[in-house]
Design a protein around this ligand. Structure first.
Ligand code: FMN
Length: 282
């Protein structure tokens, strides 16, 4: 992959957000999308999802690493895992392409909001931005476009230096996400169509519940497996840790075009800009 074109440095909200997330025993958040009802009106949709880290920075479980090493030799001659050359401030989730949230993302131009309530530090984080769904075939135009958009939020870890550890690939990254699920969870991508009535006749015999999936390239499960990448545009932190003295901050990502400040912003490939921090009334 060519060099990432994302922001030059870590977002200013990231260190605090990350330190808070680490305190959650099981990081889950409300993921909101925009849908259209039968009358064509915009309606909100929300559901819980598991936070799967920041794109490019996946922390592989020991078991996943072992399985990747065992299986990837056949599929990938170079390496079982990607070299850790990228980082980003883009939270990810994994999902099934047949679920409504994927359609919501596609039909709304990717408008999403992620809300975390981190009781351990009495803080709410709201991340508003655009989501991109990857994990389909690179032959598809939508997949290529989504990858291009994700790239805009990625940056080299070793900025200005040389990337070591070999070639990075999208396919390998998505396989790493799949491997990071337990065999039972991988099996959920072979369920009959999520959200459809159980009474409907199931003609596809490859779809069923109760199968543990060990093959990281299981064709049915991988056909449905997707990674959703959220590229934040506005982030808000509401700190309720001091009773009677709540605090609230907002960070807005201002694209280089809008800033118009030649001294501080570099505009390359459309995504470089900077975060502006404002403390607001709670
Ligand atoms: C704690 C918890 C974590 C969940 N994590 C995910 C997840 O990471 N990805 C996902 O697609 N669904 C996850 N779900 C299920 C969703 O909440 C939802 O039921 C499902 O994705 C279908 O939503 P949709 O039809 O709006 O797309 C989770 C549910 C709970 C309760």
């Amino acid at each position: 992959m060519a060099a990432a074109s994302g922001p030059a440095a870590c977002a200013p909200w990231r260190p605090a957000f990350q330190s808070h997330i680490c305190k959650m025993p099981s990081p889950e958040f409300v993921f909101s999308t925009v849908a259209r009802n039968e009358q064509g009106r915009c309606v909100p949709r929300a559901r819980y999802c598991g936070f799967r880290g920041f794109f490019g920075e996946l922390q592989l479980h020991q078991e996943a690493e072992k399985e990747l090493k065992q299986q990837e030799k056949e599929h990938d001659k170079d390496a079982p895992t990607n070299p850790p050359v990228f980082e980003s401030d883009m939270p990810t989730i994994t999902t099934d392409v047949r679920m409504e949230k994927v359609e919501n993302v596609a039909s709304s131009g990717g408008a999403v909001e992620a809300v975390f309530w981190i009781k351990e530090v009495m803080t709410q984080w709201r991340i508003k931005g655009k989501a991109f769904v990857i994990g389909g075939s690179p032959e598809e135009k939508e997949e290529r476009e989504a990858r291009e958009e994700v790239k805009k939020g990625m940056r080299m870890r070793d900025a200005g230096g040389t990337a070591v550890g070999g070639e990075w690939s999208w396919e390998r990254e998505i396989t790493m996400y799949f491997a990071n699920h337990t065999p039972v969870m991988r099996g959920s991508f072979k369920y009959p169509p999520p959200g459809r009535p159980k009474s409907e006749v199931q003609s596809d015999q490859t779809l069923h519940m109760g199968e543990d999936v060990y093959d990281l390239h299981d064709p049915v499960a991988r056909k449905h497996f997707r990674v959703v990448v959220i590229r934040p545009e506005e982030v808000e932190r509401l700190d309720l840790s001091q009773y009677g003295n709540p605090k609230r901050w907002k960070w807005v990502f201002v694209d280089a075009d809008e800033v118009g400040d030649k001294g501080t912003v570099v505009k390359e490939d459309g995504q470089r800009g900077r975060w502006q921090e404002i403390e607001i009334w709670p």
